[in-house]
Design a protein around this ligand. Structure first.
Ligand code: PLP
Length: 365
């Protein structure tokens, strides 16, 4: 890009739409004639009230969230939700089932163990988290309070295409941090969805929780007030000072997504970008390799390795010189990872693919 911006392939905090950043910049000093920055406003004043209400309305419209679900704008990141979910949905003696499909669902399970009888019902660990359970492969605990899944594993690059239906009274709970608002989702299949904002929808510091209202009000006695969904729902996410500026930016991103045709259109753009990249990897005769099974490859996070790992550093260096940054794989898995969230333009992926091809031509033995 000629305005000095790079193509940022970071897994999070990640790139945001240029138009949103520019609007936030324009409105930073004096928000729409209020004489104040959003950072300086009372969270109970009429200006911020309109900002948070509009953000919620846009999100409801994007995801077609049914009226019997509350939308909460919280803090603490998705990591806090690893505890909040069992604290709000379970008694300590209740069983909760976890599908462990990568590092994030493993962390959710480990935190969940502190607040309920958490059980791993499927693990992808022995396959290095390159696969997901087939529908018939799951054997869930009868009477489990909930089944927790990570809809998209940010580090390993596996993404659920269809969601398991736990059946009975078991609630389906999903961590959608890294694919939130990247495609349409039937919210009614889930009891609860949570997501940290900093991949697809805004700055870190905002965590979205979408929860069925009939589940509120049953938190464990030890639940800190800040982790109690009912407290936040009863107070429209204004029980204490919320992350005002972050919520405002999320609202801008939601409006931008609506203007660009909503989540079906976002999904089409994401499919197109991901296909470009996976096709390039698969067509490289093993020079580049994605370990993830094709059916469950993520549209958002594309991890890959090189046949000659010694060349990785040179590849990353050339990418950076070409304005493509943050492509180094997560420290736990190594290799390369291209995160191509909503705001990554197709041109960024095309540029990466062009470098992969030219790099291979110059280095293939
Ligand atoms: N879950 C997933 C899928 C993630 O990708 C991440 C973070 O990067 C987290 C949870 C943790 O989120 P946070 O850093 O907001 O606590």
């Amino acid at each position: 890009e000629d305005d000095g911006r790079v193509f940022n392939f970071a897994a999070g905090p990640a790139t945001l739409p240029a138009s949103v950043l520019k609007q936030a910049q324009e409105e930073l000093y004096n928000w729409r004639g209020s004489g104040m920055s959003i950072m300086e406003m009372s969270h109970r004043g009429k200006e911020f009230t309109s900002i948070i209400q509009n953000a919620e309305a846009s999100l409801r419209s994007l995801l077609k969230i049914p009226d019997d679900y509350a939308v909460l704008f919280l803090q603490g990141g998705a990591t806090t939700q690893f505890a909040s979910v069992p604290l709000n949905l379970c008694k300590p003696e209740d069983t909760a089932d976890y599908i462990v499909s990568g590092s994030w669902s493993d962390k959710a399970f480990k935190e969940g163990q502190k607040y309920c009888t958490a059980k791993v019902v499927w693990s992808g660990k022995s396959n290095k988290y390159t696969d997901l359970p087939q529908p018939g492969e799951l054997s869930l605990t009868p009477g489990a309070r909930f089944l927790h899944i990570c809809a998209n594993e940010t580090i390993h690059g596996v993404e659920f295409k269809d969601y398991p239906s736990p059946g009975g009274d078991t609630l389906l709970v999903a961590d959608m941090s890294s694919n939130f608002c990247s495609k349409p989702v039937d919210v009614s299949k889930f009891a609860l969805i949570y997501a940290g904002a900093q991949k697809n929808i805004g700055p870190s510091g905002v965590t979205i929780v979408i929860v069925r209202k009939d589940l509120l009000g049953n938190s464990q006695k030890i639940t800190p007030v800040m982790l109690d969904y009912k407290i936040h729902a009863d107070n429209n996410s204004l029980y204490n000072t919320p992350p005002c500026f972050g919520i405002y930016v999320c609202g801008l991103v939601f409006s931008d997504l609506l203007e660009k045709g909503g989540l079906r259109a976002a999904e089409q753009r994401n499919i197109e970008k991901a296909k470009l990249l996976y096709d390039a990897i698969d067509a490289s005769n093993g020079f580049f390799k994605c370990p993830v099974k094709k059916e469950v490859r993520s549209l958002m996070n594309v991890p890959f390795t090189m046949e000659t790992p010694d060349l990785e550093a040179a590849f990353l260096k050339e990418a950076a010189a070409g304005g493509m940054v943050q492509l180094k794989g997560h420290r736990s898995v190594g290799g390369i990872r291209a995160s191509i969230y909503n705001a990554m333009p197709k041109a960024g992926v095309e540029k990466l693919v062009a470098l992969m091809k030219s790099f291979q031509e110059r280095h293939a033995s």
